[in-house]
Design a binder for this molecule. Sequence first.
Ligand code: NCD
Length: 305
Amino acid sequence: MKPRSIVSILDLSTEEINNLMDVADDIEKNPEKYQEKCRHKILSTIFFEPSTRTRLSFESAMLSLGGSVISTADSKSSSAAKGESVADTVKVISNYADIIAMRHPKEGAPVVAAMKATVPVINAGDGGHFHPTQTLADLLTIRRTKGTLSGLTIGLCGDLMFGRTVHSLIEAMLRYPGNNYILISPNELRLPEYMREELAKSGAVWEETTSLEYAIPKLDILYMTRVQKERFFNEEDYVRLKDTYILDEEKLRSAKTDLAILHPLPRVNEISVSVDEDPRAKYFYQTLCGKQMRMALIMMLLGIQ
Ligand code: NCD
Protein backbone atom coordinates (compact mmCIF):
# COMPACT_ATOMS: atom_id res chain seq x y z
CA MET A 1 0.00 0.00 0.00
CA LYS A 2 1.16 3.53 -0.78
CA PRO A 3 2.33 5.30 2.37
CA ARG A 4 0.53 8.47 3.39
CA SER A 5 2.33 11.69 2.39
CA ILE A 6 1.59 15.34 3.16
CA VAL A 7 1.96 17.61 0.16
CA SER A 8 -0.71 20.20 0.98
CA ILE A 9 -2.37 21.13 4.25
CA LEU A 10 -5.59 19.82 2.65
CA ASP A 11 -4.10 16.33 2.84
CA LEU A 12 -4.98 16.49 6.54
CA SER A 13 -8.59 16.58 7.74
CA THR A 14 -9.64 19.22 10.26
CA GLU A 15 -10.03 16.47 12.81
CA GLU A 16 -6.47 15.27 12.18
CA ILE A 17 -5.12 18.82 12.47
CA ASN A 18 -6.96 19.25 15.77
CA ASN A 19 -5.57 15.93 16.99
CA LEU A 20 -2.04 16.95 16.02
CA MET A 21 -2.46 20.13 18.07
CA ASP A 22 -3.68 18.10 21.05
CA VAL A 23 -0.61 15.84 20.74
CA ALA A 24 1.64 18.93 20.51
CA ASP A 25 0.06 20.27 23.71
CA ASP A 26 0.76 16.95 25.40
CA ILE A 27 4.37 17.02 24.13
CA GLU A 28 4.67 20.47 25.72
CA LYS A 29 3.42 19.10 29.06
CA ASN A 30 5.08 15.67 29.05
CA PRO A 31 8.12 15.69 26.75
CA GLU A 32 9.67 12.65 28.45
CA LYS A 33 6.68 10.52 27.37
CA TYR A 34 7.75 11.02 23.75
CA GLN A 35 11.51 10.71 23.91
CA GLU A 36 11.66 7.07 22.76
CA LYS A 37 8.66 7.02 20.43
CA CYS A 38 10.69 6.93 17.21
CA ARG A 39 13.57 4.83 18.44
CA HIS A 40 15.26 3.07 15.46
CA LYS A 41 13.37 5.23 12.98
CA ILE A 42 15.24 7.40 10.49
CA LEU A 43 14.16 10.73 9.04
CA SER A 44 15.85 11.98 5.89
CA THR A 45 15.74 15.70 5.20
CA ILE A 46 16.43 16.57 1.57
CA PHE A 47 16.46 20.29 0.96
CA PHE A 48 17.07 21.62 -2.54
CA GLU A 49 16.57 25.21 -1.33
CA PRO A 50 18.05 27.19 1.56
CA SER A 51 16.55 26.65 4.98
CA THR A 52 17.65 26.95 8.56
CA ARG A 53 14.63 26.58 10.77
CA THR A 54 12.50 24.18 8.79
CA ARG A 55 15.26 21.62 8.30
CA LEU A 56 16.63 21.95 11.81
CA SER A 57 13.11 21.92 13.21
CA PHE A 58 12.39 18.59 11.49
CA GLU A 59 15.71 17.19 12.65
CA SER A 60 15.27 18.43 16.21
CA ALA A 61 11.73 16.97 16.20
CA MET A 62 12.99 13.52 15.14
CA LEU A 63 15.88 13.58 17.64
CA SER A 64 13.49 14.56 20.45
CA LEU A 65 11.44 11.48 19.54
CA GLY A 66 14.53 9.27 19.94
CA GLY A 67 14.97 8.75 16.19
CA SER A 68 17.89 9.49 13.90
CA VAL A 69 18.40 11.82 10.99
CA ILE A 70 20.25 11.64 7.66
CA SER A 71 20.39 14.79 5.66
CA THR A 72 21.52 16.55 2.51
CA ALA A 73 21.84 20.15 3.54
CA ASP A 74 21.91 21.66 0.09
CA SER A 75 21.34 20.66 -3.49
CA LYS A 76 24.86 21.54 -4.57
CA SER A 77 26.30 18.73 -2.48
CA SER A 78 23.65 16.18 -3.47
CA SER A 79 23.27 14.14 -6.66
CA ALA A 80 20.69 16.60 -7.96
CA ALA A 81 23.74 18.62 -8.97
CA LYS A 82 24.67 15.72 -11.28
CA GLY A 83 21.23 15.80 -12.86
CA GLU A 84 19.42 13.12 -10.86
CA SER A 85 15.61 13.35 -10.93
CA VAL A 86 13.50 13.83 -7.81
CA ALA A 87 11.85 10.49 -8.56
CA ASP A 88 15.16 8.62 -8.50
CA THR A 89 16.41 10.46 -5.41
CA VAL A 90 13.36 9.55 -3.33
CA LYS A 91 13.30 5.94 -4.55
CA VAL A 92 16.86 5.57 -3.29
CA ILE A 93 16.25 7.39 -0.01
CA SER A 94 13.20 5.19 0.64
CA ASN A 95 15.75 2.40 1.14
CA TYR A 96 17.64 4.40 3.74
CA ALA A 97 14.97 6.20 5.76
CA ASP A 98 11.48 5.62 7.21
CA ILE A 99 10.23 9.11 6.37
CA ILE A 100 11.36 12.00 4.16
CA ALA A 101 11.00 15.76 4.58
CA MET A 102 11.68 17.50 1.28
CA ARG A 103 12.03 21.12 0.16
CA HIS A 104 12.23 21.91 -3.52
CA PRO A 105 12.21 25.10 -5.62
CA LYS A 106 9.79 23.59 -8.18
CA GLU A 107 6.08 23.70 -7.41
CA GLY A 108 4.72 20.19 -7.51
CA ALA A 109 8.04 18.38 -6.94
CA PRO A 110 6.69 16.87 -3.68
CA VAL A 111 3.75 15.39 -5.60
CA VAL A 112 6.22 13.45 -7.75
CA ALA A 113 8.23 12.52 -4.67
CA ALA A 114 5.13 11.27 -2.87
CA MET A 115 4.17 9.13 -5.90
CA LYS A 116 7.58 7.53 -6.22
CA ALA A 117 8.73 7.13 -2.61
CA THR A 118 7.85 3.99 -0.70
CA VAL A 119 7.94 5.87 2.63
CA PRO A 120 5.92 8.96 3.67
CA VAL A 121 7.05 12.28 2.18
CA ILE A 122 6.39 15.60 3.89
CA ASN A 123 6.48 18.73 1.75
CA ALA A 124 8.75 21.19 3.57
CA GLY A 125 8.06 23.93 0.99
CA ASP A 126 7.73 23.77 -2.80
CA GLY A 127 8.57 26.96 -4.69
CA GLY A 128 5.93 29.65 -4.26
CA HIS A 129 3.25 27.02 -3.73
CA PHE A 130 2.69 25.43 -0.31
CA HIS A 131 4.34 24.86 3.05
CA PRO A 132 1.98 22.71 5.12
CA THR A 133 4.15 22.16 8.19
CA GLN A 134 4.70 25.90 8.60
CA THR A 135 0.92 26.13 8.67
CA LEU A 136 0.76 23.53 11.43
CA ALA A 137 3.15 25.76 13.40
CA ASP A 138 1.00 28.81 12.65
CA LEU A 139 -2.24 27.09 13.68
CA LEU A 140 -0.86 25.91 17.00
CA THR A 141 0.54 29.38 17.71
CA ILE A 142 -2.86 30.92 17.00
CA ARG A 143 -4.75 28.34 19.05
CA ARG A 144 -2.41 28.72 22.01
CA THR A 145 -2.33 32.53 21.95
CA LYS A 146 -5.98 33.26 21.01
CA GLY A 147 -7.59 30.13 22.47
CA THR A 148 -9.47 29.54 19.20
CA LEU A 149 -9.09 29.19 15.43
CA SER A 150 -12.51 30.65 14.63
CA GLY A 151 -14.08 34.10 14.50
CA LEU A 152 -10.75 35.90 14.04
CA THR A 153 -9.77 38.79 11.80
CA ILE A 154 -6.49 37.84 10.18
CA GLY A 155 -4.26 40.28 8.35
CA LEU A 156 -1.75 38.73 5.93
CA CYS A 157 0.87 41.26 4.96
CA GLY A 158 3.73 41.40 2.47
CA ASP A 159 4.47 39.05 -0.39
CA LEU A 160 1.15 37.28 -0.78
CA MET A 161 1.97 36.26 -4.34
CA PHE A 162 5.05 34.13 -3.69
CA GLY A 163 4.67 33.55 0.06
CA ARG A 164 3.84 29.85 0.19
CA THR A 165 3.21 29.97 3.93
CA VAL A 166 0.36 32.42 3.30
CA HIS A 167 -1.28 30.11 0.76
CA SER A 168 -1.24 27.11 3.08
CA LEU A 169 -2.40 29.17 6.08
CA ILE A 170 -5.42 30.55 4.22
CA GLU A 171 -6.39 27.06 3.04
CA ALA A 172 -6.24 25.83 6.62
CA MET A 173 -8.03 28.78 8.24
CA LEU A 174 -10.89 28.50 5.73
CA ARG A 175 -11.70 25.20 7.41
CA TYR A 176 -12.52 27.04 10.65
CA PRO A 177 -15.73 29.11 10.61
CA GLY A 178 -16.19 32.84 10.97
CA ASN A 179 -12.70 34.11 10.12
CA ASN A 180 -12.26 37.39 8.21
CA TYR A 181 -9.23 38.06 6.03
CA ILE A 182 -7.51 41.34 5.22
CA LEU A 183 -4.91 40.89 2.49
CA ILE A 184 -2.28 43.61 2.70
CA SER A 185 0.18 43.76 -0.19
CA PRO A 186 1.52 45.94 -2.97
CA ASN A 187 -0.50 45.49 -6.17
CA GLU A 188 2.32 43.52 -7.77
CA LEU A 189 2.37 41.00 -4.92
CA ARG A 190 -1.36 40.30 -4.54
CA LEU A 191 -2.54 36.86 -3.56
CA PRO A 192 -2.57 34.63 -6.69
CA GLU A 193 -5.86 34.41 -8.50
CA TYR A 194 -6.42 30.71 -7.72
CA MET A 195 -6.23 31.56 -4.02
CA ARG A 196 -8.53 34.58 -4.37
CA GLU A 197 -11.02 32.30 -6.08
CA GLU A 198 -10.85 29.92 -3.13
CA LEU A 199 -11.60 32.78 -0.77
CA ALA A 200 -14.49 33.93 -2.94
CA LYS A 201 -15.95 30.41 -3.13
CA SER A 202 -15.67 29.91 0.60
CA GLY A 203 -18.07 32.72 1.44
CA ALA A 204 -15.57 34.17 3.95
CA VAL A 205 -15.47 37.94 4.45
CA TRP A 206 -12.25 39.25 2.91
CA GLU A 207 -10.80 42.41 1.45
CA GLU A 208 -7.59 43.61 -0.13
CA THR A 209 -5.68 46.75 0.73
CA THR A 210 -2.23 48.21 0.20
CA SER A 211 -2.31 49.94 3.61
CA LEU A 212 -1.02 48.25 6.74
CA GLU A 213 -2.04 51.32 8.77
CA TYR A 214 -5.64 50.92 7.60
CA ALA A 215 -5.77 47.23 8.52
CA ILE A 216 -3.92 47.16 11.84
CA PRO A 217 -6.66 48.34 14.24
CA LYS A 218 -9.07 45.65 13.01
CA LEU A 219 -6.78 42.67 13.45
CA ASP A 220 -6.62 39.78 15.93
CA ILE A 221 -3.71 38.19 14.03
CA LEU A 222 -1.12 39.97 11.92
CA TYR A 223 0.88 37.55 9.76
CA MET A 224 3.91 39.38 8.36
CA THR A 225 5.97 37.90 5.52
CA ARG A 226 9.26 38.52 3.79
CA VAL A 227 9.33 39.60 0.15
CA GLN A 228 10.53 36.39 -1.53
CA LYS A 229 13.66 37.59 -3.25
CA GLU A 230 14.46 34.21 -4.78
CA ARG A 231 11.19 34.16 -6.77
CA PHE A 232 11.77 37.49 -8.55
CA PHE A 233 12.93 37.56 -12.15
CA ASN A 234 14.20 41.05 -11.79
CA GLU A 235 16.41 42.43 -9.01
CA GLU A 236 15.06 45.99 -9.52
CA ASP A 237 11.51 44.92 -8.74
CA TYR A 238 12.69 43.21 -5.59
CA VAL A 239 14.61 46.27 -4.42
CA ARG A 240 11.61 48.50 -5.09
CA LEU A 241 9.17 46.26 -3.19
CA LYS A 242 11.20 44.74 -0.39
CA ASP A 243 10.63 47.43 2.23
CA THR A 244 7.01 48.25 1.43
CA TYR A 245 5.90 47.26 4.94
CA ILE A 246 7.93 47.65 8.08
CA LEU A 247 6.09 46.93 11.29
CA ASP A 248 7.30 49.07 14.18
CA GLU A 249 6.07 50.21 17.58
CA GLU A 250 4.64 53.38 16.06
CA LYS A 251 2.32 51.38 13.76
CA LEU A 252 1.40 49.05 16.60
CA ARG A 253 -0.01 51.93 18.66
CA SER A 254 -3.36 51.59 16.92
CA ALA A 255 -3.41 47.77 17.20
CA LYS A 256 -5.48 45.75 19.66
CA THR A 257 -3.74 44.99 22.95
CA ASP A 258 -4.24 41.27 22.38
CA LEU A 259 -3.07 41.21 18.76
CA ALA A 260 -0.80 38.24 17.95
CA ILE A 261 2.03 39.03 15.52
CA LEU A 262 3.25 36.01 13.55
CA HIS A 263 5.98 35.64 10.92
CA PRO A 264 7.26 32.36 9.45
CA LEU A 265 10.82 33.80 9.55
CA PRO A 266 13.42 34.51 8.34
CA ARG A 267 12.76 38.20 8.89
CA VAL A 268 14.62 40.67 6.73
CA ASN A 269 13.29 44.19 7.41
CA GLU A 270 9.56 43.70 7.73
CA ILE A 271 9.46 43.76 11.52
CA SER A 272 11.60 46.22 13.39
CA VAL A 273 13.77 44.53 16.04
CA SER A 274 12.21 46.79 18.69
CA VAL A 275 8.91 44.91 18.24
CA ASP A 276 10.57 41.72 19.57
CA GLU A 277 10.11 42.98 23.13
CA ASP A 278 6.39 43.64 22.61
CA PRO A 279 4.30 40.92 24.30
CA ARG A 280 2.24 40.70 21.12
CA ALA A 281 5.28 39.38 19.17
CA LYS A 282 4.81 35.60 18.82
CA TYR A 283 7.16 34.81 15.96
CA PHE A 284 9.94 33.23 17.98
CA TYR A 285 7.45 31.24 20.03
CA GLN A 286 6.00 30.09 16.68
CA THR A 287 9.23 28.16 15.97
CA LEU A 288 8.76 26.11 19.15
CA CYS A 289 5.18 25.35 18.10
CA GLY A 290 6.57 24.23 14.72
CA LYS A 291 8.90 21.71 16.28
CA GLN A 292 6.14 20.23 18.44
CA MET A 293 3.76 19.96 15.48
CA ARG A 294 6.43 18.26 13.38
CA MET A 295 6.95 15.76 16.20
CA ALA A 296 3.22 15.06 16.22
CA LEU A 297 3.10 14.75 12.41
CA ILE A 298 6.10 12.40 12.18
CA MET A 299 4.48 10.10 14.75
CA MET A 300 1.16 10.18 12.93
CA LEU A 301 2.69 9.32 9.54
CA LEU A 302 4.76 6.51 11.06
CA GLY A 303 1.64 5.14 12.77
CA ILE A 304 3.09 5.63 16.24
CA GLN A 305 0.64 6.48 19.03
C1 NCD B 1 9.35 30.34 4.97
C2 NCD B 1 9.54 29.55 3.69
O1 NCD B 1 10.53 28.90 3.51
O2 NCD B 1 8.61 29.62 2.89
N1 NCD B 1 10.32 30.04 5.92
C3 NCD B 1 10.13 28.98 6.74
O3 NCD B 1 10.01 27.86 6.31
N2 NCD B 1 10.01 29.24 8.03
C4 NCD B 1 9.20 31.78 4.75
C5 NCD B 1 10.26 32.51 4.00
O4 NCD B 1 11.26 31.95 3.56
O5 NCD B 1 10.08 33.72 3.85
